[in-house]
Design a protein around this ligand. Structure first.
Ligand code: MN
Length: 198
C-alpha cells in the first residue's frame, strides 16, 4: 500500500507490542475530512492538532493548545504523520515508550478547506506545501475559521494557529480551562490514567 509510506516515521518510533496506539493503514471512507485535537500529558503537557489530508493525519504539536481568541498566536510545531485511526485513540502510552503519558481526545469533528488566492480556491495539499491553510473547523468545542501559517522553515519548521475574527471567535473564554474533558468519553486526563491502572 503506497499510502502507508507517510506512516514510516510514526511506526519506527513505536513498539506496538507495548503501546495500544494503532499501527494504522486501515484507511477510511468519508466525504468530509476529519480533524482531531488530542491533549497529551507527555513529559510536557501539550495538544496535538491533526488534519486529515491525503489519507493520513497531518500533525502539529501545540505547546499552549488552541485558542478561540483571534489575538492569540499559538505555536504549532509539525510532527510525524499519524494514521487516521489515531483520531479515536485515547488512553495511556506506557512509561518508557515514545510519547509516554496520557492521551485524551479533546476535540474532534470535520473541517473545510477555505484557502484561496485571488478568489480562486487552493487545494488543501497545495496550501499545505505553500505553508498557508485557511480552514473552517466544525468540532464539538472549536468552531469557525482558523489560519495555520508556516513562519519558519526546516530544520526548525514552525507554524502558527490563529483564530480568525468571525462570529465564532470568543476573546473572553479560556476554552482549555472551561472544557478540559474528553469529547469521546467525558473523562479527564486523571480519570483516563486511573481507568488504565496508573
Ligand atoms: Mn503529542
Amino acid at each position: 500500500m503506497p499510502e502507508d509510506e507517510p506512516l514510516q516515521k510514526y511506526r519506527q518510533k513505536r513498539d506496538f507490542s507495548k503501546t495500544s496506539e494503532p499501527r494504522g493503514g486501515e484507511g477510511r471512507e468519508s466525504a468530509d475530512p476529519i480533524f482531531v485535537i488530542q491533549k497529551h500529558a507527555a513529559r510536557r503537557l501539550h495538544y496535538d492538532f491533526r488534519l486529515e489530508i491525503g489519507g493520513t493525519l497531518k500533525s502539529w504539536a501545540l505547546p499552549k493548545g488552541p485558542s478561540t481568541n483571534p489575538r492569540d498566536k499559538r505555536l504549532a510545531v509539525p510532527t510525524e504523520d499519524h494514521p487516521l485511526e489515531y483520531a479515536d485513540f485515547e488512553g495511556v502510552i506506557p512509561p518508557g515508550e515514545y510519547g509516554a503519558g496520557t492521551v485524551l481526545v479533546w476535540d474532534s469533528g470535520t473541517f473545510r478547506n477555505l484557502t484561496e488566492k485571488k478568489g480562486q480556491p487552493i487545494p488543501v495539499e497545495q496550501a499545505l506545501a505553500h505553508g498557508h491553510l485557511s480552514i473552517w473547523l466544525e468540532g464539538r468545542k472549536l468552531r469557525g475559521a482558523y489560519a495555520l501559517t508556516r513562519f519558519k522553515q526546516a530544520p526548525d519548521e514552525s507554524w502558527l494557529l490563529v483564530k480568525k475574527d468571525d462570529a465564532e471567535a470568543d476573546a473572553d473564554q479560556d476554552i482549555l480551562a472551561t472544557r478540559p474533558e474528553s469529547v469521546l468519553s467525558g473523562r479527564t486526563l486523571e480519570e483516563i490514567a486511573a481507568d488504565a491502572g496508573y
